[in-house]
Design a binder for this molecule. Sequence first.
Ligand code: 2P0
Length: 326
Amino acid sequence: MYAGKARAYTNIALIKYWGKKNEQLILPMNNSLSLTLDAFYTETTVIFDASLTKDSFVLDGTLQDAKQTTKVSKFLDLVRQQYKISLFARVESQNFVPTAAGLASSASGLAALAGACSQALNLQLNETELSRLARRGSGSACRSIFGGFAEWQKGDSDQTSFAQEIPADGWENDLAMLFVLVDDGIKDISSRDGMKRTVETSSFYSGWLETIEADLATAKQAIAAKDFNKLGEVTEANGLRMHGTTLGAVPPFTYWSPESLNVMQLVRTAREQGLPCYFTMDAGPNVKILVEKKNLAALKNILAEHFSEQQLITAHAGPKITLLPL
Ligand code: 2P0
């Protein structure tokens, strides 16, 4: 029997990953840059055991059905193939989110699973190797190996595609991210399907790719200079452009809801009134607002006029993955 346990934190991309060059290896079309957060994390235990006749996956205490186990099992297949073992495994995961808000993340989940497998099989992986392994489970998971800011270097092979920490001299600890939960329903189009449709059919996709290099350079300059407005502006613009690509897909789609647009407008108004804050969105209608910690209370006051306390969740920069005692 081989057992391991790990905790990984979710991350939100400031410069987005949106599209794969290689679906099997999960090689992305472009580099992306994220901030790992403290508020949402996953703890996962994996036990490879000769007495098991198939893989099983228990999430938050509930045994998952075959369909829900597929992503986990596919990842375990990869680990078994790569490290030449044949044992089935029992995987137990717990998602820690402040409310039952449907914010479970594949980034923290697959990063924690990669860490747990590495510990269970005593693979002695360094952070780069762990990031590459997590990437095979879910692209964004490769960034959750690191705390603070991370950049996923797209690379052009399994060996060369992994995330790296972007040192920020502790500046990440001056920042906060406010999640505005406008809808906790299950999303219609998974990010995996959404990005695939966009790459294959969107006439706007080439425009997205053309702007990535400049956005990344701007974001990295802003981090080096601790320039909040510069980082916020490029974050908001990049996120909007990513979402623009979905409108050019066939058939077109969007992750925005009317409430998402309301939040965007509140952010713009707050900014006009002198409160620096910037929004970003992912493959769902919730809005995340980047703000300096010193302005968080003021921002929350504005949003509290429109949303309940349960709809507003604060996160700060989070740590890297940790391997845990069993
Ligand atoms: C990101 N997203 O950079 C982008 C922005 C969503 C929007 O990474 O297919 O769950 O497992 O590699 O990592 C979500 O996509 O997709 C994501 P797969 P993943 O955070």
